[in-house]
Design a protein around this ligand. Structure first.
Ligand SMILES: [Zn+2]
Length: 433
């Protein structure tokens, strides 16, 4: 990100704000300590099982000072939140023969730091400093290597975006079988990051694309005028929602982690007549579409079993579950994505997994080959509004793509770019997810 001569880039502004804050802390420190001696900064990494007290002792603080610091810090920070590997700066003042603890500083969470300073009366005063956060629209473009999940997280997305992505694609992607190494994923989302580039909190996900074996599918976020929640549409304005879901489990929770680990007995075959999803026991199972429960009970080798009747002669069945969703019994109406049970290993099963069948007029069909009518689409007026939003998002994507090209990032690496960056107004507090 350049910045024109004479102007100040958002990064520079953020750095200046951070420097001003650091200078203020130094001045405060000096005022409190009447600092005349030699300052020394000892950076200590928290070891596994270590406490704030043992870190200070290891740095060389005397026991009385350690007690005084803990008394000060305890008012604003729960020391149990310290994590192994975390860095703590411990400050000393030396007169040549002995070093006296004057304070410490560490990150309490992304976007916030704790500083502790000795006051004139020998007590220690602690306060929490909030970093200036930068807001930006970020684009992640990555080749899937180990897993889709890891690639997205490495690019600065959070669990929240990955779960959303899995929800959006649950209608046309089988997350256990359709994603392979070398496939590509693209995410465009809003985020706040700290001065070290770490994502502190995310806003809306705006765009998702998945290129699985060369077949690309992409969806744009759009909120219909007058509706509370946004939904997802392809470039032509067709809803991402389909009549039935291909993966009736959130793909982010599959035990293979969007993986490529193939279970020898899993997958669709003419004999097997269903699709198996290996997932942890207790993972929620969703109704693949709107319908009426026709069976919810034990069913021989299928174990705990639910069958739902949809329109146009379609039914879906879910087997081996550990238990049923609340209120799920024959005759009850269910909505698409409603939790109808939980993954288990009941009946004839080798381990926790969901056995999922789609039936058309009583015959099992391969859910992965399913060509079923799609959900609700946009009216002409809504379509106009959608196109405006789609073009806005595409313009952001083009700007990001150009930035990535100029940086010359090698193909296949995670490319993260940011446009429209600007520091947030002051520090935020309590907005962390
Ligand atoms: Zn099965």
């Amino acid at each position: 990100m350049g910045g024109f001569p004479g102007s100040v880039s958002p990064e520079q502004r953020a750095r200046m704000a951070a420097e001003a804050e650091a200078a203020a802390i130094r001045a405060e420190h000096d005022a409190f300590t009447g600092d005349t001696g030699l300052r020394e900064d000892r950076e200590i990494e928290v070891a596994r099982g270590e406490t704030l007290a043992s870190v200070m002792r290891r740095a060389g603080a005397d026991p009385g000072d350690v007690e005084a610091v803990l008394a000060g810090v305890g008012k604003i920070f729960d020391a149990r939140r310290l994590r192994p590997g975390q860095a703590i700066d411990v400050f000393f003042e030396s007169n040549g023969t002995e070093a006296k603890l004057t304070g410490l500083a560490f990150r309490s969470e992304p976007g916030a730091a704790i500083t502790v300073n000795r006051t004139f009366d020998g007590a220690f005063r602690a306060r929490e400093v909030l970093m200036p956060l930068t807001f930006e629209v970020t684009r992640i473009s990555a080749r899937v290597e180990k897993s889709l999940y890891d690639s997205a997280i490495a690019g600065g997305a959070t669990d929240r975006e990955v779960r959303q992505l899995a929800d959006i694609f649950a209608y046309d992607v089988d997350f256990q079988r359709d994603i392979h190494p070398g496939d590509a994923v693209e995410l465009v989302f809003e985020r706040f990051h700290d001065d070290e580039g770490r994502t502190v909190k995310t806003g809306d996900l705006l765009f998702v694309a998945l290129d699985a074996r060369g077949a690309t599918k992409s969806y744009y976020r759009f909120r219909r005028p007058g509706e509370a929640n946004a939904d997802w549409y392809d470039a032509s304005g067709k809803s991402a929602r389909k009549f039935l879901m291909k993966t009736p489990i959130n793909g982010a929770r599959l035990s293979s982690g969007f993986g490529f680990r193939r279970h020898p007995i899993l997958g669709y075959s003419a004999l097997h007549k269903g699709a198996d999803f290996a997932a942890g026991s207790g993972t929620p199972v969703m109704a693949a579409g709107d319908g009426v429960v026709v069976k919810a009970g034990y069913n021989g080798g299928y174990g705990n079993y639910v069958r739902i009747r949809h329109t146009d002669g379609y039914e879906t069945a879910y087997a081996h579950m550990s238990r049923y969703g609340r209120g799920v019994r024959p005759g009850v109406q269910v909505r698409q994505q409603q939790v109808i049970g939980y993954v288990g290993s009941t009946g004839r099963s080798t381990g926790p997994h969901l056995h999922y069948e789609v039936l058309l007029r009583g015959q099992q069909v391969n859910p992965m080959r399913l060509k079923v009518p799609t959900g609700r689409n946009l009216s002409p007026a809504e379509l106009d509004a959608f196109r405006t939003e789609r073009d806005r998002i595409d313009a952001l994507r083009v700007a990001h793509q150009r930035e990535a090209e100029l940086r010359g990032a090698p193909r296949g690496t995670v490319i993260v770019t940011a446009a429209a960056a600007m520091p947030s107004e002051g520090a935020i507090r309590g907005g962390f997810r």
